[in-house]
Design a protein around this ligand. Structure first.
Ligand code: FES
Length: 652
């Protein structure tokens, strides 16, 4: 035919259209992802495109000047009032006049990519639960006795092809003034619904609403609750904030909270109230930080371990405290915020990722969503290190999961000078193998202890203890410097030739810092400290090793360390201790808060929710407690690095 050819980049989609067809219409017909909130009325500017002119041998097109219509009044008015980037046009106004190549910039795509910084991480494709639609509603008329909401719903259907849209009473409260104020034009936020819920009107604004709606990605940990507030249109994180989990007053760790609820009637309800109140305080804080109204938060995704999951939902965690650790439900849950007493938009939705097993929670599912071992070509071991290590091993073929009771030693608990990672904590340690003298770095200062300016740099924080990453480096460095043997015993001053090795009861300790002259603490690494770390790292390693057995392999291609702690430990030191299997060092990467990222993916892309539910169904769960080989691996892994297995890569 003679109709002009329209080629869209980057999608490469192409088709012929009659002269005069708006670019937005052509895009829609070809299924090209081009955004629009105003439905082509020249108001929202979400449909911006960049036409290209000249020769395009690759596409077999030559684009002449005049292949796109002149600026029309609507477009010109928009440009004069609001401005447009040079070369940009409004796709709903510019029409086809000849063969043309049209580029859709990322910000004009509904399903734009939110790029993640790590090379091996998957990007997030936007596909949010809730979107904004601008509509023109028919005015009421004495001859047609329909209600305003019925005419609004009809407008959504005819102008946006949204079928079966429902509403709640709270919309009826504000509907009539909004429609009249906007001159029968309005912007509506519609939750697009899911398998169990029809699309629903969440919010209405008179006329065209410039702003956005928001969602929360919440990582509900036993120690801290961290939330990201995300713009549901751009995917951007507009504010992040965290608080201590207020349940800490009922018990530091999970099991003590489970026992609190067993020992105290109504204890579980007290903890449910505490965590929900904390959450509401956090949401108020984060909305204030972003300068938005809390009622604009229309969606929230939560990830947490099974005990937190149950307590947040108001389910007694009793069964999780004893074998066989049965969950009330392992499925993903789609609820309303009001059911959980959350003070955000009154009809906001809440989504909880599925749990993998009684010990492997929705947080591990979120890590799986973020790190996608099920999509990996090579065999990847993902460990989320906390008081319980959650371990995933797999590739495209299959994924196995288990959890291993590492205990709180990695977080600095059970360590004589241990503390949480906070200013004043020693976080990095090096020991000179010749002199056996240490140097270290303290959180809050970026100067090593043997460098100039150290005293001033720690003047405010002081040296208060050693955190999880610090103790790991200290012990690994002690082993490398030869003050510690493979079984975990510290040599005496005579054996090591170092006055830093001091007698400590019937064993020896290594003096890292003597602050007694300044009235500060003395920081030593003691034999019980080393035992605690040996137990924790043996638990971690044997969990990983057990999964390797089940997979039928004796090495992995890469290791991903997830969790806040994973972000701070050095791969080399972790391997010197035998925490993780032998692996090429630069194949050991840190994923930061992968559980939080998984929550963000599920928030911004509703399809990812179905995807992770499917993946979790396919993940094979291994229960370490009933596996005899776990014990065997544990005993071997108590040595540094291991009494039975070689670490050939480490040794070279
Ligand atoms: Fe809104 Fe073009 S679609 S300005």
């Amino acid at each position: 035919t003679d109709e002009p050819l329209v080629v869209f980049t980057p999608s490469g989609k192409r088709g012929r259209f009659p002269v005069g067809t708006p670019i937005l219409t052509a895009a829609r017909q070809l299924g090209v992802d081009l955004d629009s909130v105003c439905g082509g009325r020249g108001i929202c500017s979400k449909c911006q495109i960049t036409p290209s002119f000249g020769e395009f041998p690759k596409h077999g097109v030559t684009v002449q000047e005049g292949a796109l219509s002149e600026w029309n009044k609507v477009e010109q008015r928009y440009k004069d009032k609001r401005g447009l980037i040079d070369g940009r046009r409004l796709g709903c106004q510019a029409t086809v006049q000849g063969d043309i190549v049209i580029d859709v910039p990322p910000e004009s795509q509904v399903h734009r990519q939110v790029v993640r910084k790590r090379a091996e991480a998957r990007d997030i494709t936007m596909n949010p639960s809730t979107r904004l639609f601008y509509v023109e509603v028919e005015e009421p008329d004495m001859h047609k006795p329909t209600g305003d909401i019925e005419r609004l719903i009809e407008a959504l259907e005819t102008q946006w092809d949204l079928k079966g849209v429902k509403t709640d009473l709270h919309i009826l409260h504000v509907l009539q003034p909004a429609l009249r104020k906007g001159g029968w034009k309005a912007t509506v936020a519609v939750h697009l619904g899911d398998a169990n819920h029809p699309p629903k009107i969440m919010h209405i604004w008179p006329g065209y609403y410039e702003g956005s709606v928001y969602g929360l990605a919440v990582d509900l940990g036993s120690t801290t609750i961290a939330a990201h507030l995300c713009d549901l249109h751009t995917g951007e994180v507009v504010a992040s904030s965290g608080i201590m989990n207020p349940q800490i007053r009922f018990g530091e760790d999970l099991m003590s909270r489970v026992s609190y609820s067993m020992m105290n009637k109504g204890g579980d309800q007290e903890m449910t109230r505490a965590v929900r109140e904390g959450m509401n305080a956090l949401f108020t804080q984060i909305a204030a930080e972003a300068g938005i109204d809390k009622a604009l938060i229309v969606d929230a995704v939560f990830v947490c371990n099974p005990v937190m999951h149950h307590l947040f939902l108001g389910i007694d965690p009793f069964e999780l405290g004893q074998a066989p650790f049965a969950l009330a439900t392992s499925n993903a849950l789609a609820l309303r915020a009001s059911e959980l007493d959350l003070n955000i938009h009154p009809a906001a939705r809440v989504y909880l990722l599925p749990c993998i097993a009684g010990h492997v929670g929705a947080d591990a599912a979120a890590v799986a969503l973020s790190e996608a071992p099920d999509k990996s070509e090579d065999l990847v071991l993902v460990v989320d290190v906390g008081t319980n290590a959650e371990i995933l091993l797999g590739n495209k073929e299959k994924v196995l999961a288990c959890s291993s009771p590492t205990g709180p030693a990695f977080e600095g608990a059970q360590i004589s000078s241990g503390q949480r990672a906070a200013p004043g904590a020693i976080e990095r340690v090096e020991i000179n193998p010749e002199t056996k003298e240490p140097r270290f770095r303290v959180i809050g200062s970026d100067v090593w202890s043997d460098e100039e300016g150290f005293a001033e740099s720690i003047a405010t924080t002081g040296i208060t203890g050693i955190c999880g990453s610090g103790i790991i480096e200290a012990i690994a460095e002690m082993r490398l410097a030869g003050v510690l043997d493979a079984s975990g015993l510290i040599g005496s001053a005579e054996q090591t030739g170092s006055a830093r090795c001091i007698q400590d009861g019937r064993t020896n300790a290594y003096m890292l810092w003597d602050g007694s002259a300044e009235g500060g603490p003395t920081i030593t690494v003691t034999n019980p400290d080393i035992r605690a770390i040996q137990m924790a790292k043996a638990a971690l390693y044997s969990g990983a090793r057990l999964l390797m057995d089940k997979f039928g392999v004796d090495k992995v291609d890469r290791v991903v360390l997830a969790g806040a702690f994973g972000a701070h430990i050095s791969a080399k030191h972790a391997m010197v201790l035998g925490m993780i299997p032998d692996c090429v060092l630069d194949k050991v990467t840190s994923a930061g808060n992968a559980a939080g990222t998984g929550a963000r993916i599920a928030l911004l892309n509703t399809e990812a929710r179905g995807e992770i539910e499917e993946t979790v169904r396919r993940i094979e769960k291994i229960e370490t407690a009933v596996e005899p080989r776990f014990q065997e691996h544990f005993v071997n892994a108590s040595a540094i690095p291991n009494s039975a297995e070689p670490f050939p890569i480490l040794e070279t």
